[in-house]
Structures are given as structure tokens and as C-alpha cells.
Design a protein around this ligand. Structure first.
Ligand code: FES
Length: 89
């Protein structure tokens, strides 16, 4: 199922980004080095991000390592935020 038609991101790709530490639609876009276009997918991505956050039981043990890894790079991602529309956060 496609979540973001503009960038051909399906639910698997969005979930992969979330498993790699993405927590917002904007960070999913950053994960794939693209930015929000029409914005239609943002509510759906946000819902998926919320589900991901509130359902830790479905994660494998490696996820916490990946999240830590992501935090190490948070300042780098933060620098990119202004380029990617605040609406997606
Ligand atoms: S469907 Fe994702 S930006 Fe258009």
C-alpha cells in the first residue's frame, strides 16, 4: 500500500524508516532524502509514527540500538529541519 504517492513510499518503507529512528513524517522524508510535496500522506504517516511509538511489543530487540544510533545523529538532522517544511513535523 502506498502511503506517499509523490515519493512512492509504501507502508513497508515508512515502517523501515520508523524502525531506524524516524519519529515524525518529516524524519521519514529525511530518511529517504526527500521532502514533503503535496502533504497528503502526512496524516497517515503521523498515524503510523504514533502507532510505532505506542506499540513497542512489535519491535525486535535491535530497535533500541537503532534508536540510540539515531539520537547520535539528531543534531545533524536538526540542521536540516528548516529545509523541510514545519507542517510535516
Ligand atoms: S503523497 Fe506524500 S508528499 Fe504527496
Amino acid at each position: 500500500m502506498y502511503v506517499c504517492i509523490c515519493h512512492a513510499l509504501n507502508d513497508k518503507k515508512v515502517k523501515a524508516a520508523l524502525s531506524n529512528g524516524a519519529k515524525t513524517p518529516a524524519s521519514v522524508f529525511r530518511h529517504y532524502e526527500c521532502q514533503v510535496q503535496c502533504g497528503k500522506c502526512v496524516p497517515m504517516m503521523r498515524a503510523m509514527a504514533n502507532d510505532h511509538r505506542t506499540a513497542p511489543a512489535s519491535h525486535c530487540g535491535a530497535c533500541s540500538d537503532q534508536h540510540d544510533h539515531h539520537h547520535d545523529h539528531a543534531p545533524v538532522n536538526g540542521d536540516l529541519v528548516p529545509a523541510y517544511g514545519v507542517a510535516a513535523e
